[in-house]
Ligand binder design. Structure first.
Ligand code: GLA
Length: 385
């Protein structure tokens, strides 16, 4: 297939009869570790994928936005009325209208624009195609309008587009990854302060590879379950009298758990508190250049998601178990759960064998074949030309 940036430009020319003023790209992401910690004000460690969404764009007069996407080959048009309040534009166009709405709501004078969108980030695989779309559109509009919105403030705005306009109660991780990640690094993000540290993550130098297995599991009730997990965490924090579960340190965990009588809330709290600590431990190992030693932390994260947070599904657990049995140093589900992808940290020379072992385990259980790809950490949203 043609390069994604070329497809966006070609789409723009076909749809609008001229060349775009510029092209802006934003990546999908995987989360190395730190799952369901972002909306608990905790820590996450995502990295950007070399798979990107590209917006080719140019200004147009007035408060009008016209967006074509190669995915549905549809054009969506909206004006000031549709972005006056959330929810008026639905479907994929809502992510674009949501960004315009959030910018205007924050007081920015958003330029009218024509956009053409092309993407290599698969939809529904848990790789944050929605955040990639939001970030590509946001950076395009910021540049076209010369808006005063530094990169550090952009993720919160994109998150508002998703939370308020689209209506999905996600945390700040995906938008931060799409905007702030750096090539060759993982993004250590404190979701309370939004401070970031770019942690070198040189798999190649360590002789390692990161295998991403797409479970191809259908997302079962993912939205409702996500919201339910969020509510449990908030209930746990309220019961413990802290602003967020981030405020429960690992050394206070046992005391905190003893104060919770509901076993389910106890499990949810235990996941979040131990997961925050696993992020800190992973960061410490990476800072020390001890990449291969993070494997057990990844696997422990998976066990916690499976047993305490209860967000994995049989396809995902099968992929993790098969990868570990075939020699992966660590493996875990990445993303919100109930489907999506599994990460396996492997020796470079073992990547194919681990992927084959997962495929064989799937066949044995009668699951549809999984997909797989090896990835290196890429950069965040950027203007291409
Ligand atoms: C989804 C959400 C993120 C985060 C993860 C779980 O990807 O969009 O904000 O909560 O789930 O870590």
């Amino acid at each position: 297939m043609t390069d994604v940036a070329e497809r966006a430009a070609a789409g723009f020319r076909t749809r609008y009869g001229e060349s775009p003023a510029g092209r802006w790209a934003a990546p999908g992401r995987v989360n190395l570790i730190g799952e369901h910690t972002d909306y608990n004000d905790g820590f996450v460690l995502p990295f950007a994928l070399p798979l990107r969404t590209v917006a080719a764009a140019a200004g147009q007069d007035g408060a009008r936005w016209t967006v074509w996407s190669e995915l549905s080959d549809e054009t969506v048009t909206f004006g000031a009325d549709e972005v006056a309040e959330p929810g008026r534009v639905t479907g994929w166009g809502a992510y674009v209208a949501g960004v315009v709405w959030a910018l205007r709501d924050a007081g920015h004078d958003v330029p009218g624009a024509r956009l053409a969108i092309a993407s290599d980030v698969p939809l529904g695989a848990g790789l944050s195609s929605s955040a990639a779309l939001e970030a590509a559109v946001l950076t395009a509009l910021v540049d076209l309008g010369g808006l005063d919105l530094p990169a550090g403030r952009q993720p919160r705005l994109a998150q508002r587009a998703e939370n308020v306009y689209v209506g999905a109660p996600t945390g700040i991780m995906d938008q931060s990854a799409a905007i702030r990640c750096r090539d060759g690094h993982a993004l250590f993000l404190d979701c309370r302060t939004e401070e970031v540290e770019h942690i070198p993550f040189d798999l190649h130098a360590a002789g390692l590879a990161m295998l991403v297995v797409d479970s191809h599991a259908p997302h079962r009730h993912a939205d409702g379950e996500y919201a339910a997990r969020r509510r449990s965490c908030e209930a746990g924090a309220a019961r413990l009298g802290v602003p967020a579960l981030r405020d429960v340190g690992i050394d206070q965990l046992d005391t905190a758990l003893a104060r919770l009588d509901d076993p389910e809330t106890r499990r949810r709290v235990r996941h979040v508190v131990t997961e925050d600590q696993r992020v800190l431990d992973t960061v410490a190992l990476l800072r020390a250049g001890r990449v291969r030693e993070i494997g057990p932390l990844l696997t422990a994260s998976h066990v916690s998601m499976r047993d305490d947070f209860e967000i994995t599904v049989p396809e995902i657990d099968t992929a993790v178990e098969a990868a570990l049995a075939a020699g992966a140093l660590g493996a875990r589900m990445t993303g919100g759960g109930f489907g999506g992808c599994v990460l396996a940290l492997v020796e470079v020379h073992a990547a194919e064998a681990v992927a084959d072992a997962v495929t064989a385990a799937y066949a044995e259980k009668g699951f549809p074949a999984p997909g797989h790809v090896t990835v290196l950490p890429a950069g965040g949203a950027t203007r291409l030309d």
